[in-house]
Design a protein around this ligand. Structure first.
Ligand SMILES: Cc1cc2nc3c(=O)[nH]c(=O)nc-3n(C[C@H](O)[C@H](O)[C@H](O)COP(=O)(O)OP(=O)(O)OC[C@H]3O[C@@H](n4cnc5c(N)ncnc54)[C@H](O)[C@@H]3O)c2cc1C
Length: 500
C-alpha cells in the first residue's frame, strides 16, 4: 500500500493540497502543472518593481481558532505569516456625495445603515440580526461530507438546525432582490454592488461573520508567497512537481484512470488520478466528454459562473493616506461612462493596496481596478493581435483618466500599467471562460453538492473550485483534503494529517 501513487493535474491550491495530504498519507505523488510556478489563480506577478496581487483579498479563518485554520497549518501556509485585518469590507460612493461603508463590525454597520435610511429600519435590523446568527456557526472540517454515515448526517443536521430558517430565508434572495426591498434609493442602487447582484445573500452573511470576528485577514506578502509556502510544504513532504507540463489527456483503460499524457507526448502512470485543473477542460477535453451524464452537462450549460475579469493594475509614484484600507476597495461613480469589453460602465471598482508595503517600492503604491467582463468578446478580439492590444491600451487610458479626475496628477505619476483580460486568465490558469472563482452561488445553490467523481470512471477524482460551488481558497484546499480522505478510506487506511 505504501507504494501506491497518485498523479495530480494542476498546482493551484487544490492540486498542491492534494499533493500534501497524499504525502502525509504515504502515497507517491507527482503534480503536473502547465505554468512555470505554483498557485494557479492564487498568484501575483511583478512588473517594473511592483508586485501585482492577483487574488487574495481575504483568507477565511486566517486566525487561530475553529474552521479552516487547522488546514492552513497543516499546509504550512500561515506559520510566520502576518495577517492584516480591516475595519470595513468596502466603500460605495453615490453620485451626490453619499457614502456607504460596509463596516465589518456588525453593530457599526447597523448604525450606519440606520443613519443612511431610517425608513428601512425593520429590514436593516432583520438583516443584521440574522447575520449575527452566523457568528455561532462553525464549519466542521474533520470528515469529508462524502464519507458521512447516518450518525454524522444526524450530527450535521443538529448542528445546522438553529440556522436552517436563516439559511432558507436569505439563500432564496439575490443581492439585487434584497436591495429592491429598500425604500432608500441610495441603498437600492448600491447594495447589489457590494457583491455580484445575482449572488445569494446568505453566503455574504457567513462572510460577514468572519469579518466581524476578525477571523478573515489578508496575508502580507500577497498570493504567490502564500502559494509558494504550500509548494514548500509539499516538496518538504517529498512530493514531486513537474512545471511547464500541460496535461493533454487522462489515460483511461477499461474505464479506469491509469495516468496522464502531457502535451509533449510523455505518459505518467499512477494508481489514482486527481484533476485539480479546470473542470470543463478536465471533463470535455482531457477525456473528450466520455464520462458525463445529464447532471454534469447541465452544470456547464446552465449554471452561472463568476465572471472573468479585466484586471487593470497600476504602479503609482505616490501614497494614498486619504484612502482608508478596506478588504476589497471602493466603488465610485464615473463622471463619464466608459466602454470596456463591449459594455458601458458607469462605475469603477478601485483597490488601493496601501495595506501591503511589500508590493511596491517605498512611497509608491499598487492600484488595481477589477472589471467584470465577457470572455467571448476578448477571445474574438484576440484573433487580431493589433486590435486586442489597442483595446487593452484604450482600457488602461480610460481607467487612468477616470482616476486622474479623482486625484489630479495621478496620470503623470504612473510608472507601470498592466492589463490582464479574461483571455489572459484562461491562458495562464486554464479556467473555463476565464472565470476567476468557478460557480457563482446564486439563490438555491448553497445546498448543491457536486460529486468529485465522474460517472463510470474508476480511480479518478476532481478537486478544486469546479466541484465546490462558490470556489475560493478554503474550498480548493478542503476539497483536496476530502478527496484524499475518500482515497484513504477506499484503501482501508486511516487518514492522517501533520503540521510542519
Ligand atoms: C482576482 C481574484 C480575487 C480572488 N479573491 C479571493 C479571496 O479573496 N479569497 C479566496 O478565498 N479566493 C479568492 N479568489 C478565488 C481563488 O483564487 C480560487 O477560487 C482558487 O485559487 C481556485 O483554486 P483551484 O486550485 O481550485 O484552481 P486554480 O487556481 O485554477 O488551479 C488550477 C491549476 O491547474 C493548472 N492547469 C490547468 N489546466 C492544466 C493542464 N491541462 N495541465 C496542467 N496543469 C493545468 C493551472 O495552471 C492552475 O495552476 C480570487 C480569485 C481571483 C482571480
Amino acid at each position: 500500500m505504501e507504494d501506491r501513487s497518485i498523479v495530480i493535474i494542476g498546482a493551484g491550491i487544490a492540486g498542491l493540497a492534494a499533493g500534501c495530504y497524499g504525502r502525509m498519507n504515504g502515497y507517491r505523488t507527482e503534480v503536473f502543472e502547465m505554468h512555470d510556478k505554483p498557485g494557479g489563480l492564487c498568484t501575483s506577478w511583478t512588473r517594473k518593481g511592483y508586485t501585482i496581487d492577483g487574488c487574495l483579498h481575504w483568507l477565511t479563518d486566517s486566525k487561530p481558532g475553529p474552521g479552516f485554520y487547522r488546514v492552513w497549518q497543516e499546509l504550512g501556509a500561515v506559520q510566520g505569516r502576518e495577517m492584516v485585518y480591516f475595519d470595513a469590507f468596502c466603500r460605495l460612493e453615490g453620485r451626490h456625495g453619499e457614502e456607504f461603508v460596509f463596516h465589518n463590525d456588525m453593530e457599526r454597520l447597523e448604525q450606519h445603515m440606520l443613519q443612511l435610511s431610517p425608513e428601512d429600519s425593520d429590514l436593516i435590523r432583520d438583516f443584521i440580526k440574522d447575520a449575527r446568527k452566523c457568528l455561532r456557526f462553525e464549519m466542521p472540517i474533520d470528515k469529508a461530507p462524502e464519507l458521512y454515515g447516518p450518525v454524522d448526517g444526524l450530527k450535521m443536521l443538529l448542528r445546522m438546525l438553529p440556522f436552517l430558517s436563516t439559511v432558507r430565508k436569505w439563500d432564496r434572495l439575490s443581492m439585487e432582490e434584497f436591495a429592491s426591498r429598500f425604500k432608500s434609493p441610495f441603498l437600492r442602487e448600491i447594495l447589489p454592488l457590494i457583491w455580484f447582484p445575482e449572488f445569494s445573500v446568505f453566503p455574504l452573511m457567513a462572510f460577514m461573520a468572519g469579518f466581524h470576528q476578525r477571523r478573515s485577514g489578508y496575508p502580507l506578502g500577497g498570493s504567490l508567497e502564500f502559494s509558494r509556502a504550500i509548494e514548500k510544504r509539499y516538496l518538504g513532504l517529498g512530493g514531486g512537481i513537474q512545471y511547464e507540463s500541460k496535461v493533454a489527456k487522462v489515460i483511461v483503460e477499461n474505464d479506469r484512470a491509469v495516468g496522464i499524457r502531457t502535451e509533449d507526448g510523455s505518459e505518467h502512470r499512477g494508481d489514482y488520478v486527481i484533476s485539480a485543473a479546470d473542470g470543463y477542460a478536465t471533463i470535455f477535453e482531457m477525456m473528450d466528454g466520455r464520462y458525463v451524464d445529464k447532471r454534469i452537462r447541465g452544470y456547464y450549460e446552465k449554471l452561472a459562473i463568476f465572471p472573468p475579469l479585466v484586471y487593470v493594475a497600476m504602479g503609482v509614484n505616490r501614497t494614498f493616506e486619504d484612502v482608508p484600507p478596506t478588504i476589497s476597495g471602493f466603488n465610485m461613480p464615473l463622471a463619464e461612462p466608459m466602454a470596456i469589453g463591449g459594455r458601458l460602465r458607469e462605475r469603477l471598482d478601485v483597490h488601493i493596496y496601501n495595506h501591503d508595503p511589500s508590493l511596491a517600492p517605498a512611497g509608491k503604491t499598487v492600484v488595481i481596478c477589477m472589471i467584470g467582463s465577457d470572455y467571448g468578446y476578448w477571445k474574438k478580439l484576440r484573433e487580431n493581435p493589433e486590435q486586442y492590444r489597442e483595446a487593452k491600451e484604450k482600457t488602461a487610458r480610460q481607467v487612468i483618466a477616470a482616476l486622474d479626475k479623482r486625484w489630479p496628477g495621478f496620470a503623470s505619476q504612473i510608472e507601470m500599467c498592466d492589463v490582464a483580460t479574461p483571455v489572459t486568465f484562461h491562458r495562464y490558469t486554464g479556467n473555463w471562460q476565464g472565470s476567476f472563482e468557478g460557480w457563482m452561488v446564486t439563490p438555491g445553490m448553497l445546498t448543491l453538492r457536486m460529486k468529485k467523481t465522474l460517472p463510470g470512471l474508476d480511480r479518478f477524482y476532481m478537486a478544486g473550485q469546479w466541484v465546490e460551488p462558490g470556489g475560493g481558497i478554503p474550498s480548493a484546499a478542503f476539497s483536496a483534503r476530502n478527496v484524499m480522505q475518500i482515497i484513504c478510506k477506499r484503501d482501508k487506511k486511516r487518514f492522517e494529517t501533520s503540521f510542519p
